[in-house]
Design a protein around this ligand. Structure first.
Ligand code: GDP
Ligand code: IMO
Ligand code: MG
Length: 428
């Protein structure tokens, strides 16, 4: 009964979309369980590139059921935009389902995300969110005032809940931030059309996911964001507002932990981060620029240049632990080509002189910390056509074997290019 989680083990954008797409070829159901359209998952098939934000990355397979689970926050306009985009490319979305419990991202959430970030920026404390309204929507969910999909698509309730919530939110927009109020009539007119279109997709998906699990079908849990962006386990407050760690899959898809048999963590062979917050191995020099360019490290959602740095095994070991990883993938090895030396951070020397190998709970402890590196020889060969471990240059093999030793988790696959087939399995 394989229930496989595929999640981000760093700060997001590790290549989750690519691996979900690969495993979805054999899967019966793919479920997203957290986040929203702050995610940007890329799937490359031949000459076509698909950028998915809310729709699970199994959508390209006609037999696979794709579920937006209860823990996801859904922007109705955005999900319809994605559906239309896929239809234009000839991809069917007949097997897409949205859980009735999903909270809706509505215009006031996006407005409040921007207002709150602008306010924080004045104190030099902006998070650098994607401005998609993610935090404010999860706040409403916790405050128990959010609008769930079942209310949104309910013809009898739609207008009332929009009008009441808009009035409540305008009090905050105007009163707290001095912002411009949102016109409820305009929202009702525009979003009623979206509600009509989404109604046929809305279900209790937890029953469908459970039936698949019970029948021993192949179920994939698609992570979004990454471990270090987790609301509890990440570099708080520079995190997202949901739970990208493996445990979040159960809560956000509505099945228990016994449904999960395997937890695959996706790492890049280096580290990236978008937005603000600590990043001990960040490179501010030419090497950082080199990796950014070679890896095409520009945000899928916002287009922002991603911050780049060496592989950080302190956070990697932390990700192995807090997710209970059963296997690791080292993706995007090809962008390191041409660098004479490769570095891996194995510990931090803190400002007080102490050396630590555990990721600190308080990110402030990282201020002024110095990464301690192990160094490896680089490689010059083009590895993008390699499909087996033995074809890789000896220095790459050594780098991978060393990472496996350092992170203390079996490495099961490698990625050497963006396409579906640019991967290899490490059968040993
Ligand atoms: P996700 O959010 O984890 O799904 O990752 P993103 O799609 O945001 O970012 C990964 C980027 O790297 C995308 O542009 C992918 O097409 C690309 N990519 C994925 N795997 C590889 C790889 O092995 N090598 C290279 N060069 N690019 C890759
Ligand atoms: P995928 O699934 C990388 C980051 C934002 C910001 C912080 C909070 O493609 O890996 P939010 O809008 O969620 O409130 O922003 O989280 N962030 C991501 N970074 N990949 C993502 O998703 C991200 N989703 C959010 O940049 O720092
Ligand atoms: Mg991404």
């Amino acid at each position: 009964m394989p229930g496989k989680v595929i999640l981000g083990a760093q700060w997001g954008d590790e290549g989750k979309g690519k691996f979900i797409d690969i495993f979805a070829a054999q899967a019966d159901l793919v479920v997203r369980s957290q986040g929203g359209n702050n995610a940007g998952h890329t799937v490359v098939v031949k000459d076509e590139t698909y950028k998915l934000q809310l729709i699970p990355s199994g959508i390209l397979y006609p037999n696979c059921i794709n579920v937006i689970g209860p823990g996801v926050v859904v922007n109705p306009k955005a999900v319809l935009g994605e559906i239309d985009g896929l239809h234009e490319k000839g991809v069917s979305t007949d097997r897409l389902l949205i859980d009735a419990r999903c909270h809706c991202i509505l215009p006031w959430h996006i407005e409040l995300d921007a207002l709150s970030e602008a306010e924080k920026a004045k104190e030099g404390a902006a998070i650098g969110t994607t401005h998609k309204g993610i935090g404010p929507t999860y706040m409403d969910k916790s405050e128990r005032i959010g609008i769930r999909m079942h209310d949104f698509v309910d013809q009898a309730r739609f207008e009332t809940v929009i009008r009441e919530t808009c009035a409540r939110k305008n009090r905050v927009i105007e009163g707290v931030y001095g912002g411009k109020p949102i016109d409820a009539d305009e929202v009702i007119a525009e979003y009623r059309v979206y509600a009509d279109r989404l109604r046929p997709l809305v279900r209790d998906t937890t029953a469908i996911t459970w039936e698949a699990v019970k029948a021993g079908k192949e179920v994939l849990f698609e992570g979004a964001q990454g471990t270090l962006l987790d609301l509890d386990m990440g570099t708080y407050p520079f995190v997202t507002s949901s739970h990208p760690v493996a445990g979040g899959c159960c809560i956000g898809s509505g099945v228990g932990p016994t449904a999960i048999t395997d937890v695959m963590g996706i790492f890049k062979s280096y580290t990236t981060r978008v937005g603000e917050g600590p990043f001990p191995t960040e490179l501010f020099d030419q090497t950082g620029d080199y990796i950014r360019k070679a890896g095409g490290e520009f945000g899928t959602v916002t287009g922002r240049p991603r911050r780049t740095g060496w592989f950080d095994a302190v956070i990697a070991r932390y990700a192995v632990r807090v997710n209970g990883l059963t296997e690791a993938v080292i993706n995007k090895i090809d962008p390191l080509r041409g660098l004479p030396r490769l570095k891996v951070c194995v510990a931090y020397r803190l400002q007080n002189g102490q050396t630590v190998t555990e990721f600190p709970a308080n990110f402030m402890d990282l201020n002024g910390c110095e990464p301690i590196y192990e160094e490896f020889d680089g490689f010059d060969a083009d590895i993008t056509d390699c499909r087996s471990f033995s074809e890789l240059p000896q220095t790459v093999q050594n780098y991978i074997r060393s990472l496996e030793r350092i992170i203390e988790c079996p490495i099961s696959m490698l990625g050497v290019g963006p396409a579906r087939d640019q991967v290899m399995r490490l059968d040993r």
